[in-house]
Design a binder for this molecule. Structure first.
Ligand SMILES: [Zn+2]
Length: 330
């Protein structure tokens, strides 16, 4: 019988969350305000045994509230304030989250930068926060391209991310903009290998030059891509419950995270879109322990990985590493 039960152990670990979409995190109580009937009870997709039939169904559920809620800096603030408070309540001390470029099309005369400012204004004391601008692979067109060009220089932005359904293939603009963002000191990420093949992960690394791949699951199928991830020191920001519910993996017990870790690839764990999966970060760690058989030392290793890639001082990272070791030996 463990001295500390699993939930208490996970809660005690200082943690990072490095793959979170702010629009995918709307608290249910706020969704109720825009559609009291539909969101009157927790949605079916919150059930642990729920599986989305495909990404289109996921997108459909997302769209049900996205276009109504995420339309102003005030609404972003109100949602983020709650999301950040819940993150802190789980002993998450460092958060990287993205907001969606498409919002720029629906906020009228309000400058898009006001959204970034509202999100940052919602960050509570004690939480280190880094904001990423997320966009689709074919989003760099018309006025949105101009916004991206400007936003990569904003102080409010720590970096950029490509998200969505991993289609089409990476386009030429991305490599150029991602290189420019890095030259401005920003961190570049890309979603790859969740649904697309290991070749997609290779392209994210070689063509876009990212060191942070969101998901990257399919890389497990290709030893050469695994070698590439190791050689370049690429981190995979994984989201196990999301992967199971979207059928990117057949089950939690079949999730490849342990195999990646054993292969020497750094992985972290996050929630992706809590509004669509009904998950919290502590649930992710608990599910990996209960259903994928990860022992506590491996959970600690995953938490430590988050701090290794975090934009924190060497002193802060060392302190958290010590705190994690202490939790393991307690
Ligand atoms: Zn994601």
């Amino acid at each position: 019988m463990p001295a500390v039960d699993l939930a208490a152990f996970v809660q005690r670990l200082p943690k990072t969350e490095t793959h979170l979409h702010l629009e995918g995190s709307l608290p249910l109580e706020l969704a109720r305000r825009i559609d009291p009937e539909y969101f009157g009870t927790p949605p079916a997709y919150w059930r642990p045994d729920f599986r989305f039939t495909d990404f289109a169904q996921f997108q459909e559920q997302f769209d049900r509230y996205f276009f109504k809620w995420f339309v102003s800096p005030e609404n972003y603030y109100e949602s983020c304030r709650r999301v950040f408070a819940d993150v802190v309540a789980q002993n998450v001390v460092y958060l990287e989250a993205s907001f969606h470029l498409g919002t720029a099309e629906r906020i009228g005369d309000v400058p898009f930068r006001e959204i970034a400012r509202a999100i940052r204004a919602a960050v509570p004391a004690g939480l280190e926060f880094r904001l990423f601008l997320g966009m689709f692979r074919d989003h760099y067109v018309g006025p949105l391209a101009k916004i991206v060009d400007e936003a990569i220089a904003w102080d409010e932005i720590a970096g950029v991310d490509l998200h969505g359904f991993e289609r089409p293939e990476f386009q030429p603009w991305t490599a150029e903009v991602w290189t420019r963002a890095r030259s401005l000191g920003k961190v570049t990420k890309a979603h790859a290998g969740e649904f697309a093949s290991a070749a997609d992960v290779r392209r994210a690394v070689e063509y876009l030059g990212v060191h942070r791949v969101q998901h990257g699951l399919s890389a497990i199928d290709d030893p050469a891509v695994l070698q590439l991830l190791r050689a370049r020191g690429v981190t995979l920001d994984m989201t196990p419950i999301s992967n199971v519910k979207l059928l990117a993996v057949p089950s939690m017990s079949a999730h490849p995270i342990k195999r990646f870790l054993d292969a020497g690839v750094r992985c972290t764990v996050s929630t992706d879109d809590p509004m669509l999966f009904g998950n919290r970060l502590n649930d992710e760690y608990a599910a990996l322990a209960r259903e994928a058989g990860l022992d506590r030392a491996t959970l600690v290793r995953i938490a430590r990985n988050g701090f290794e890639v975090a934009d924190l001082s060497a002193t802060a990272k060392a302190n958290y590493a010590r705190e994690l070791e202490a939790a393991l030996t307690a």
